[in-house]
Each structure stands twice: as C-alpha cells, then as structure tokens.
Design a protein around this ligand. Structure first.
Ligand code: BG6
Length: 481
C-alpha cells in the first residue's frame, strides 16, 4: 500500500523529537509499508537535502539504541522530503495537492503537528483545496482545545472538510503497549471479568507521575496546567479503558461507544465537590534524583505568582451498575518522587478472615512505564506453622522482557495505525468533548478561587492534601501501603 505522510509543523519539536524517531523505528523494523513518502512542510525555505541534514542532526538527541547508523539514515532519508508552505495561502495548498496527486498514492495522511490555533485554518484550506477526498486522513495532535468551546470549534472545522472516520485524534497514551494489553487482559481473558465490578473491587488508582519539571515549556504549560495537559486526555482515557463494558466487537466505534458511556457516567463536579474531591498543587524547590531543582515559579517563561497547577489528585465515581460507589482516584504531577505510570486495582479483602494478622487484600498493578507489565499481588503462607499470618507475594509479568523484540513504541504504533486507517486507538470527537464537559466545572471553580494551588516539595508525592483526600475513604495511595 503506497502512502504519503505529510507533517504540518515539519521542523517543530514534536516532529523531530517524537514522530521522525518513531517512523525510523518502524522503518528499521520493516513495519513501514513500502512505497511511502514522508513530507515535512514548514514556513522556511529548505531543500530536501537540507531538511534531511536537519533531521540527521536531531537524531543525535534520540536515545542511543534508537539512533540510525549512517547507512540506515541514508536509506531512511530517501523517504524524506520538504516543502515550504505559508499555511494561510490557498496557492500553497494547491501546490501540495499537485505534489500528492502527481503520484496518486493509495493514502495521504496529513498530520497536524502545529500549534492548535492553526488547526481551523489548515482544515478549512485543505477542504477548499480538495485535499479531503476519501483517501485522505487527518491526524490531530493534542492539545485539542483548552475548554469545551474551543474543542468544539476545532471539531466543527474538521467536520466541515472531513468525515469523522477520516479524523485521527491522537492521545499517545492509547498507543502505549500496556494500554493495548489492558484491552487484552480484560477482553481476551475470562479470568478477571467476573471480578471486574463493585462487588470485588474496593477502589482504582491511576497515577501518571513524572520526575521532570516543565523544562523549557513554561509558557505553554502555564496556560495549560496538569488538568488540561494530563487529566482531560491521558488519565481519562485510561479510566475509560478500565471501566468500559465489553464492546460487541474490536471495531473502533464499538470500543469508542463504550468509552463514551463511561465518560457520560462520571460523577459531575459541583463547586462543593471540587473543593472536597480535587487537590491541585504546584511544586516548589526540592530535590529530584539527588539533585536540587528549582520550583515551578522559578522555571523559565513562568509568570510571577502563577497559579498554574503542576499536580492534580482527584476522586470520582463511575455512576452505573458495575461501578456504583467504587472510588476512582486519579493523580498526576510533575517533579514527583518517581517517574511512573500505573493503574492499581485494589480488590476487597476476604469477607471472613481466618488467618491472623492484618487483612491485606489482593491488588492488580498494571504498569505502563517505565516498565510495561502486570503484577498480581496475592497472599501466601510461608509454611511457618498453622498460626502464621499470610505474607504478600506477587506474580510478575514483564511484557517488556517477554515480547521485547516485538514491542512497538506509542507513536510508532499510532503512526502505523493512521497509515493503515485503523481508528481503534484514536479518540472520537464526542469522547473528547465529553471529557472537556467533565473537567470544565473544575476549571471554573479554580478560576474563582483566589487561594491557588497547594505547594509541594519537588521530589515528593505532591501536597499532603492528596493523601488526606484518599485517607478520608480509609484508603492509601499505593506507595503508602
Ligand atoms: C504529554 C504532556 O501529553 O505527555 C507532557 O503534554 C507530558 O507534559 C507527556 O510530559 C508525558 O508523556 P509520557 O509518554 O512521557 O508519559
């Protein structure tokens, strides 16, 4: 299948930091379909060779095992092309169309890796130029809006030129191998399904913790914050995968219909419940990885006195028969004690204990990163006599180790799926809008609150109020157990 993959924002960070390295991996693994051309478009004048040299130089910043040798790069570079475009000029879109039409590849994938404020104009111009035929797919990178109204505006612009099935909205967490495994765990194995409900599960915790601070992205981050940057998309997508009903098939819409139902079942926030169930924090100076690090307010391009949150912990519920009353705790932050993403499913303890000692319960830990695997925590007797209390043991499944050679990174997976036209791991507009609808009352409550976020020391697990939030239900975060 021949394809043209066009990157708007072809010289931007996302393209050279994530997309080109991912494509190179696909190329190296022989997964990139043959007959492909990769076209970067951007504002400045460059030749193909200059662009290839630019990308080659940038590969020096990629982790060593993923860097191409000179010979590999030379072969990969044959696919790379560059084109100058002023995104407001209709003639430039006509030129792009002519470039694509000349070869008549089976598919043209247009990836908008630009600032989102350009999405509307690009979509309009693509439609006007006739670059929206059935063989065209458009990939939209987050952030998709900063609230419901702006997300709807982008979706309207997309809809004016493209059908929903041509729109591939990226949430790169959905491309992570562990997330696909979550689907496999739940719907490819019968073992957990009978337990996957309120009768057996005490609570579910989703933690997306980063050691890194905001780095040089202070200006972007300050207008975004952790709720928009991580909760509205990544954390909620994970929650939907955990809580959804079994879909009738593995088709994209069958899955997305079920995910949407979960989003619609989330307990809505009110000003009172925001005050009670949502904790926002902002890091101050501390120590990360043994090194002193600056506080958020000292970071580059962060305005003095900013109230932007770099940490969020919240409690919610999925209001349906399966999950009524089960707390879902979501937590994310920068400059935390660990860089890890995981989902912990805490099961209820046995109803009638017959062994001495504390009533520990089973838990299933779905690890997304840094490793990718599953841990099932059970209780076992060491064999120390009949009055022995049970000890925790865990069954560890290290997917990285088991499937190492076949593991595909998130962007590699999603790019290959976009080329192949598989929508399963992309977000539909109604899901995305519903997620905005749910977080908006939190944004409004914070806008009206002059107190601002609670400080936490960089390198900690966030403000103490996050522990208090969960302790109220008699629970603890997994690292406190
Ligand atoms: C991005 C956020 O969507 O996800 C970043 O904008 C964040 O702020 C990143 O650092 C985290 O992704 P990952 O894959 O490194 O966990």
């Amino acid at each position: 299948m021949s394809f043209d993959l066009v990157f708007f924002g072809g010289t931007g960070d996302l393209t050279w930091r994530k997309l080109m390295p991912a494509l190179f991996q696909a190329f190296r693994h022989g997964k990139l379909p043959p007959g492909g051309r990769l076209l970067a478009v951007a504002r400045d004048e460059r030749t193909d060779d200059e662009y290839r040299a630019f990308i080659k130089e940038r590969f020096a910043e990629v982790e060593p095992s993923k860097r191409p040798s000179d010979e590999e790069f030379a072969r990969f570079a044959e696919l790379l092309h560059y084109r100058r475009m002023d995104l407001s000029q209709p003639a430039h879109y006509a030129g792009l169309k002519a470039w694509i039409d000349e070869r008549g590849a089976d598919t043209a994938v247009l990836y908008l890796a630009t600032s989102p404020y350009l999405f509307t104009v690009i979509c309009q111009q693509l439609g006007a130029a006739g670059l929206n035929g059935p063989q065209v797919r458009i990939v939209l990178e987050k952030p998709l809006g900063h609230d419901l109204a702006s997300a709807q505006e982008i979706n309207r612009a997309v809809r004016c030129s493209f059908k929903e099935e041509q729109a591939f909205r990226i949430d790169h967490y959905l491309g992570k191998p562990a997330v696909q495994n979550l689907m496999a765990l739940r719907f490819g194995n019968a073992l957990f399904e009978p337990l996957w409900r309120r009768e057996s599960i005490a609570n579910i915790q989703i933690t997306l913790a980063e050691r890194l601070g905001v780095g040089t992205r202070g200006d972007y981050y300050d207008t975004t914050g952790a709720l928009r940057d991580m909760v509205q998309n990544h954390a909620l997508q994970l929650l939907t995968m955990i809580a959804m009903e079994p879909p009738p098939s593995n088709d994209a819409d069958a899955i997305r219909d079920e995910k949407l139902k979960v989003l619609k079942s989330l307990k809505p926030f009110t000003p009172d419940s925001v005050a009670r169930d949502v904790v926002r924090g902002q890091y101050k100076a501390g120590t990360c990885d043994g090194k002193p690090v600056a506080g958020y307010l000292e970071e580059l391009k962060v305005p003095a006195g900013s109230h932007c949150e770099t940490f969020v912990a919240l409690r919610t519920e999925v209001q349906n028969w399966r999950w009524a009353g089960v707390p879902f705790y979501l937590r994310t932050g920068k400059r935390l004690a660990a860089g890890e993403a995981q989902i912990v499913v805490n099961f209820r303890p046995v109803p009638h204990p017959i062994f001495p000692g504390t009533r520990l319960a089973n838990k299933l830990v779905i690890k997304l990163q840094p490793e990718d695997g599953l841990e099932l925590h059970l209780l076992a007797a060491k064999g120390g006599g009949s009055n022995e209390s049970l000890s925790p043991v865990s069954l560890d499944l290290d997917f990285d180790k088991a499937f190492r050679s076949q593991r595909v990174g998130a962007y590699e997976r999603l790019l290959l799926d976009a080329i192949a036209g598989r929508l399963n791991l992309f977000v539909r507009s109604d899901e995305q809008e519903q997620a905005w609808r749910w977080v908006e009352p939190v944004l409004h409550a914070w806008a009206a609150d002059t107190e601002g976020p609670r400080p936490y020391v960089a390198g900690s697990w966030g403000p103490p109020a996050a522990s208090a939030l969960i302790a109220r239900d008699g629970c603890t975060w997994s690292e406190e157990q």
